[in-house]
Structures are given as structure tokens and as C-alpha cells.
Ligand binder design. Structure first.
Ligand code: HEC
Length: 234
């Protein structure tokens, strides 16, 4: 080590520069983000973007159970002709929606202390999971017995979030409709614990595709214009 000062300088630069660029500057730039109001005349809707909708109690369970290991909550911008996000990942669940679902923005995560961007995409992206279930029971079934629906699923079963209890009288309304090899012993039923209910609330609250104020009208106008251009002139 001939030049100690150079060494320290390089060390500071190696760690300090990424820290400055990736942590300090974004924090300074975005820490004052606030929800923005919709303009009824322009957007056709009232309220704020984003609405305060995330269920934080369930989010704690989501973090604790490590769902981020396999699930992301971030729709990428469409780039390199990748249009994977055309598929039913948003409010429009049809296999080929008319327009691609929009990429997530910084503001979509407003009000969340930590954004659950996820580590890997082993399972489907959950940014808009709230649109994909018709009722709570479908989510409970996914959590208790992922393989009941998809035999090939690698998602672990979160059985510890549920209680197997002896049936007393008629079946509980909360009991999971488990069949075949997933069913509990005769005379028993599986009901969710409070944390499973909270987690389901959280999953169902995941809707990160709220229209960006001012954008809705612009996009609608652009779509109209494109349609008009396509139509054969009489
Ligand atoms: C080992 C990876 C892994 C972990 C950990 C994991 N999942 Fe999954 N998950 C998957 C895979 C793979 C699928 C797709 C197959 C299926 O539907 O079972 C999936 C599917 C889902 C679905 C259905 C999504 C859809 O679009 O239909 C939900 C909801 C879900 N997981 C929630 C969770 C929650 C909540 C946790 C944490 C308690 C979790 N997952 C943990 C791998 C994982």
C-alpha cells in the first residue's frame, strides 16, 4: 500500500458515489411526493391518486412470510418490444387487453414505508392482484393449498396461518372448501386465523394501476385519434 490517501479516496468513491446516486438523491427528490387530486373535468373522476388503500396489517404478514422472495409488485415499462404486460395483469383481465397496462410509477407506492418491489419473479406479479380474485375464499385457497388449483405450483402452503378445528354443528361460513387430498379429517374444518384474513385483505387491496391525473384524457384522445386514422376514409 504505497498511497494510503488514494486508497481511502477510492474507497469513499466506490461506496459513496452509488450511495449518493441511488439513495440520497432519490430520497431528496421524492420524499415530498404527495397524493395529487383528480380533476373531474379532465379525468372524469374525483378523489386522489393514489388513493390510500393499502392494508398495512396484512402487509406485515406479507413481509414476515417472505412473499417478496417470489412475488414482485412492479409492472415494468414496455421496452424492447416486450409486451408481456398486455396480458391480464391489470383491471382488464382478458388475455389480450386493448392497451398495455401502464408501468408502475414512484407515486404508486406512496404511503408505504417500504415498497414491496420483490426479489424475484418466481410467481406472478402481484401489483394488481386485487383484480384477479372474485372472492376472499379464492385467495385463502391459494395460500392454504396452492396445488389444489395448479398441481405444478412451487408456492409453499401457508398452513400455519390457518386453524384446523373440530366441527361444531354445521360447517362454519369461514371454512375453506377443501377437496380430496387437501381436505382435513372427517368432522374437522380449516378456518383462517386473523393474520390470514389480514393478508387476504392486503392481497385484495393491491391495485397499482390507478389512472395518472391528466393522463387518462390524453391517452383516451390518443386512442381515438389512432382509431380515426385507421378507419378507411369514406
Ligand atoms: C417459492 C416461491 C413462492 C413464495 C414464497 C410465495 N409464492 Fe405465491 N406463487 C408462487 C407461484 C409459482 C405461483 C403461481 C402458481 C400458483 O398459482 O400456485 C404463485 C401464485 C400466487 C398467487 C396467485 C396469483 C395469481 O395471479 O393468480 C397469489 C395471490 C400468491 N401467490 C400469494 C402469495 C403470498 C401472499 C405469499 C406469501 C405468504 C406467497 N405467494 C409466497 C410462488 C411463491
Amino acid at each position: 500500500m504505497r498511497d494510503f490517501r488514494k486508497f481511502v479516496l477510492c474507497l469513499v468513491l466506490t461506496f459513496g458515489l452509488p450511495w449518493l446516486l441511488m439513495v440520497i438523491i432519490p430520497v431528496l427528490k421524492y420524499q415530498h411526493l404527495e397524493p395529487v387530486p383528480y380533476d373531474k373535468a379532465v379525468d372524469g373522476m374525483d378523489g386522489y391518486y393514489p388513493p390510500a388503500g393499502i392494508q398495512h396489517r396484512g402487509k406485515i404478514v406479507y413481509v414476515r412470510e417472505g412473499c417478496v422472495q417470489c412475488h414482485s409488485q412492479m409492472i415494468r415499462p414496455a421496452q424492447l418490444a416486450m409486451d408481456a404486460w398486455h396480458r391480464g395483469w391489470g383491471a382488464d383481465q382478458s388475455p389480450r387487453p386493448e392497451s398495455p397496462i401502464r408501468a408502475n410509477t414512484m407515486r404508486d407506492y406512496l404511503g408505504e414505508k417500504v415498497a414491496m418491489l420483490g426479489l424475484q419473479r418466481v410467481g406472478p406479479d402481484l401489483a394488481n392482484a386485487g383484480y384477479r380474485f372474485e372472492n376472499r375464499m379464492q385467495v385463502h385457497m391459494q395460500l392454504y393449498a396452492p396445488r389444489a388449483d395448479a398441481d405444478w405450483s412451487v408456492m409453499p402452503a401457508y398452513r400455519h396461518l390457518y386453524t384446523v378445528q373440530k366441527m361444531q354443528g354445521p360447517k362454519s361460513d369461514l371454512a375453506l372448501p377443501l377437496m380430496g387430498r387437501f381436505a382435513p379429517k372427517k368432522g374437522y374444518e380449516v378456518v383462517p386465523k386473523a393474520e390470514a384474513e389480514a393478508l387476504v385483505d392486503y392481497i385484495l387491496s393491491l391495485k397499482k394501476d390507478w389512472p395518472i391525473p391528466g393522463e387518462t384524457a390524453r391517452l383516451a384522445a390518443a386512442a381515438e385519434a389512432a382509431k380515426a386514422a385507421e378507419a378507411p376514409t369514406p
